[in-house]
Design a protein around this ligand. Structure first.
Ligand code: MG
Length: 325
């Protein structure tokens, strides 16, 4: 097991100060993860506007500075706009994040969200893509540190010692009413406004993400999902499935439960179990001229090509609220 004291002691004051000047410092360890992920159309929709992505760098310097990223996005908008939005947002977010070299993680995450927002907002200006946007919930794991960048009502849960805790707040109208004490959780679940979200990627020129920080430990499990899971499968059921099965099996089980509950929406779940947190090799911290390696360009089809034209879905815009049916 990694000795945290030793890892901390390896920072020199000079190194910390120079790291601070540049704005960042490398992690001295990395989390070994066991991953599972699944996305499903559901039983009602004609196209899948949900998407997940992850990037696990093999290069120790990239691991030290940027860590691992896991993300989900849930798109919205008529025709194939929602699909384009979620794909474009995740692709732009991950590329921009890993292109940020040694910038502090929080700044790199904010810049990556801003870039994703700009890309989707620009793509939304094309005729027929009114109301195009998406959620974005991303986890960045560097050593024993978890940073979350979050916009919308997809969720990130942490399962520790059998207890599931939702780390993100839903940027939804009902979520805000529950936090204010104006609605109970039960009333929120039955509200006709439960699909109205208050923050989204791409629907305005700028967006303010929530940036959260948590410490993670070996044995922890992170679960990211779209509202197609959390809207129909209870917290207790998610907790039980994530605690009892390995990541791939739990993802399959949870998607099946959402489908059994009617599958009214696209369903996406990504699970990462932290197997261990291990020291990075010395080469991870050695000075080098070139920036840490960025991910290779995605071989996936361009967002313009993705998916057949789907029937236009009704998405109402209520002031700055975005209705996702
Ligand atoms: Mg959804």
């Amino acid at each position: 097991m990694a000795d945290e004291t030793e890892i901390t002691a390896r920072f020199s004051r000079q190194e910390l100060e120079s790291g601070w000047k540049e704005g960042g410092a490398p992690a001295r360890s990395f989390a070994r993860l066991f991953l599972g992920a699944r996305t499903d159309l559901g039983r009602v929709r004609e196209n899948n506007e949900d998407k997940f992505e992850f990037f696990l760098p093999a290069d120790p310097r990239t691991l030290a500075w940027r860590g691992v990223v896991l993300a989900v996005s849930d798109g919205m908008g008529g025709h194939a706009a929602g699909q384009i939005a979620s794909e474009l947002a995740l692709k732009t977010f991950i590329e921009r994040y890993y292109a940020s070299g040694r910038a502090p993680v929080e700044k790199a995450l904010r810049d990556a969200v801003a870039a994703a927002n700009q890309a989707v907002h620009l793509a939304a200006s094309v005729e027929g893509r009114q109301g195009m946007g998406c959620t974005l919930t991303a986890a960045c794991i560097r050593g024993g540190e978890l940073r979350i960048a979050h916009v919308g009502d997809s969720r990130l849960y942490l399962l520790r010692d059998g207890q599931l805790r939702q780390l993100t707040d839903d940027h939804s109208w009902v979520g805000e009413q529950v936090r204010r004490g104006a609605l109970t959780e039960e009333e929120a679940e039955l509200s006709p406004f439960r699909n109205v979200i208050t923050r989204a990627i791409g629907t305005a020129p700028t967006v303010e993400p929530d940036i959260l920080t948590e410490e993670i430990r070996p044995g922890d499990t992170l679960l990211l999902c779209s509202d197609g899971l959390s809207g129909v499968v209870s917290r207790e059921e998610i907790e039980a499935a994530a605690a009892q099965a390995g990541p791939s099996e739990a993802c399959a089980q949870l998607v099946r439960m959402a489908l059994d509950a009617g599958g009214p929406d696209n369903v996406t779940v990504l699970i990462a179990r932290v197997e261990s947190i291990e020291p990075l090799p010395e080469e991870a911290f050695q000075e080098a001229d070139e920036a840490p390696a960025a991910p290779a360009d995605d071989a996936a089809a361009s967002p313009e090509d993705s998916g057949a034209d789907a029937p236009r879905r009704r998405k109402g815009l209520l002031g700055s609220l975005f209705h996702r049916e």
